[in-house]
Write a protein that binds this ligand. Structure first.
Ligand SMILES: CC(C)(COP(=O)(O)OP(=O)(O)OC[C@H]1O[C@@H](n2cnc3c(N)ncnc32)[C@H](O)[C@@H]1OP(=O)(O)O)[C@@H](O)C(=O)NCCC(=O)NCCS
Length: 268
């Protein structure tokens, strides 16, 4: 089973809760934290690989490129590790806070900004749909279930809105400005929502999303969410699915997903 940041360990008394944020920093983004010594060691191994292969090649006939390939392998590893480390460091720097009423004005535009990606994959119906009026975010804001990720000027660049559906937290929307995408802002926002839900004692949370859109179903799966079979829908989740069907959204496969907040593994 794939592990995501939200595959929590069960809590036992006296043991510190491993929060989603901790997992985000330590789990899927676990990397070698290379310092000067680490970099030197890796570069030395490149040199050693190159020398060894060159020495071996002197006893064989053939082209001269294998030593360079051998030297390039550790370098490639360094490159990959460093990119992952960079992503993890960026995730740590993302600032998330509860939304304030003054933030609400910015949220419809952030939600609308995601439409470009849907248009690119031919989902015009989704791209053309209007975002909710800013008053739609008020109840979640008042209930402290709306978080914003902010830039250096404390301006929102993304948000996650959680509603209660069948008495469970339900991610109604998570959106990040395309200009800020790919820095794990979405994952950090979802981690904050999961930490809140877990801290409030909820056993799981839900959402509905497109099954095949890469930044929807597969994305949530990488973050530890699992598909919720339709038989396990509560009445309100069922009603949501019906509403989506009436609106025409189910032209593309959609699914409900669930995040287990009580222990590792799937809940069904
Ligand atoms: C979903 C969303 C919030 C993610 O925000 P983000 O800050 O870019 O998220 P992250 O950086 O944590 O991760 C984005 C992931 O989606 C993938 N992704 C994003 N856009 C993609 C695209 N056009 N094609 C393929 N993959 C894409 C990235 O590869 C990345 O994968 P990774 O986790 O393996 O690196 C953002 O893409 C968005 O606002 N989308 C439009 C609104 C939306 O669809 N919301 C979800 C509704 S259920």
């Amino acid at each position: 089973m794939k592990r995501g940041y939200a595959d929590y360990e069960p809590l036992t008394p006296g043991r510190r809760a491993v929060t989603s944020i901790d997992r985000l920093r330590r789990g899927p983004f676990r990397t070698a934290q290379l310092n000067l010594v680490g970099w030197s060691a890796l570069l030395a191994s490149c040199l050693a690989a190159w020398l060894l292969t060159r020495y071996a090649m002197q006893h064989l006939s053939g082209p001269g490129w294998p030593p360079w390939c051998a030297a390039a392998l550790p370098l490639g590893a360094v490159f990959v590790i460093d990119r992952r480390r960079d992503k993890a460091l960026r995730a740590k720097q993302i600032r998330v806070r509860l939304a304030e009423p003054t933030d609400l004005e910015a949220l419809p535009a952030i939600e609308k900004s995601g439409d470009v990606a849907f248009r690119e994959v031919g989902m015009d119906l989704v791209a053309d749909s209007e975002p909710p009026d800013q008053t739609a975010y008020l109840p979640a804001c008042a209930a402290r279930r709306l978080w914003v990720a902010c830039d250096a000027h404390d301006e929102p660049i993304g948000f996650v809105r959680v509603e209660l559906v069948d008495a469970l937290p339900h991610v109604e929307q998570v959106s990040v400005l395309p200009s800020q995408a790919g820095r794990h802002t979405g994952a950090v926002l979802l981690a904050h929502a999961a930490d809140w839900a877990r801290g409030a004692g909820y056993p799981r949370m839900t959402l509905r999303t497109f099954t095949e859109v890469p930044w929807n179903g597969p994305y949530y799966e990488r973050l530890g969410w699992r598909v919720l079979p339709e038989a396990d829908y509560g009445p309100q989740l069922q009603a949501l699915a019906e509403h989506e069907r009436a609106f025409g959204l189910t032209r593309w496969p959609r699914q409900a997903m669930v995040l287990d907040l009580t222990g590792p593994g799937v809940i069904y």
